[in-house]
Design a protein around this ligand. Structure first.
Ligand code: ZN
Ligand code: ZN
Length: 360
């Protein structure tokens, strides 16, 4: 029997015919990248291919890399294999990778969500024979509320903080959640201030031509009183740090899909939890997989065992595969690099022993 078009190797998803990898986690010659999150876009490949809207964030995160970009629906051919990209709806620039050779089509979803968040190009199902899917939230308990409802809650909370003389800090990771929050805040209530790590990502996206609502970077010159009258968008690693405490008294809200059932230390400490994820919920996953009409689906990360079993029970041909994507903290996407950057922005004497350890 001929080798499958894509295979799972210890470097990443590999196309032998095309001689390229998709989201490899070890250095390779040719890497096709679904999106700029750290568990998908590693440093050290010779050549990168990604979506045009991932360009500036990739350059910001990885430095000078040899990067080619294409648009959604556009295709290029590598060693006879046709590669094209389709929107994954996960974050700005996220793409599903469609690979075709001799009439056989594989699609690698990367991370995705099916709800239109108003900022990422909405997810588009792509017909294929083989679908490689994530399942970060592949448990029935994960069902997201419509985004409009979540932001009614967020804006209501901000308004009430203003009325009670509290500063408002909303926490979400720097690529994806932060922009989604920014675009859905009620700007009639006040100005939006950002932590440096978030503003760096916003700036990269703006360089890429993405239009975002106005923000003001918080620096040592920022007036505490002014900032307290607006809303602060901060990354998860800033929670509980002196950087955040200097805006007190405040109320801090945490945006994560994990808020649905549980929380790590930082999340548990939140005054408000908003169940908001850039990944598909249970129904989103099942409907997305169904829409591909695939013969076989491979689950890369998340609740792979539970979700694979369920899919097989309802008539799909599903298989769990081993990759290094995601992990349980996926939705926080606090990468080691983010952590280090955030910590390095703190004055040295404000770093706790825990943070010093993490910064090494
Ligand atoms: Zn991601
Ligand atoms: Zn991921």
């Amino acid at each position: 029997m001929a080798k499958p078009l894509l295979e799972f190797t210890d470097r990443g998803i590999y196309c032998q015919q095309g001689k390229f990898y998709i989201d490899p986690w070890k250095p390779v010659d040719d890497a096709v990248i679904t999106h700029a999150h750290a568990d998908h876009a590693y440093w050290g490949h010779k050549r990168y291919l990604a979506h045009h809207l991932s360009r500036e964030v990739l350059l910001y995160r990885l430095g000078e890399i040899n990067l080619q970009t294409i648009e959604y629906g556009e295709s290029i051919v590598k060693n006879g294999v046709k590669i094209s990209m389709y929107p994954a709806g996960h974050v700005i620039g996220s793409a599903q990778i469609r690979v075709e050779y001799k009439g056989v089509v594989w699609v690698v979803s990367g991370d995705y969500k099916t709800e239109d968040d108003g900022i990422s190009t909405p997810f588009e199902p792509v017909k294929c024979h083989h679908f490689i899917s994530e399942c970060t939230f592949g448990m029935p308990v994960y069902t997201w509320k419509p985004q409009s409802q979540i932001f009614e809650d967020v804006n209501g909370w901000w308004k009430s903080n203003l009325e009670h003389g509290l500063a408002t800090v909303i926490v979400g990771y720097s690529l994806g959640k932060a922009q989604r929050i920014l675009q859905n805040l009620d700007l009639n209530l006040g100005k939006v201030y950002t932590h440096g790590v978030i503003e760096n990502t916003n700036e990269a996206l703006r360089r890429n031509g993405v239009i975002l609502n106005p923000t003001e970077r918080i620096t040592s010159e920022s007036s505490k009183e002014a900032v307290r009258k607006g809303i602060i968008i901060a990354p998860p690693s800033s929670v509980g740090t002196p950087w955040m405490r200097k805006f007190g008294p405040y109320s801090f809200g945490y945006c994560s899909g994990w808020m649905a059932i549980r929380g790590a230390k930082r999340r548990r400490a939140a005054d408000r939890g908003f169940v908001m994820s850039d990944h598909a919920d249970w129904d989103g996953l099942v409907s997305a997989i169904d829409a591909t009409d695939c013969e076989c689906v491979y689950l890369t990360h998340g609740y792979t065992a539970t979700f694979t079993r369920y899919l097989n029970e309802i008539g799909f041909n599903a298989r769990e595969v081993h990759t290094l994507y995601g992990g349980e903290e996926e939705d926080d996407a606090v990468t080691e690099k983010d952590e280090k950057e955030e910590i390095s922005e703190l004055p040295k004497d404000e770093r706790s022993p825990e943070l010093k350890e993490a910064a090494k």
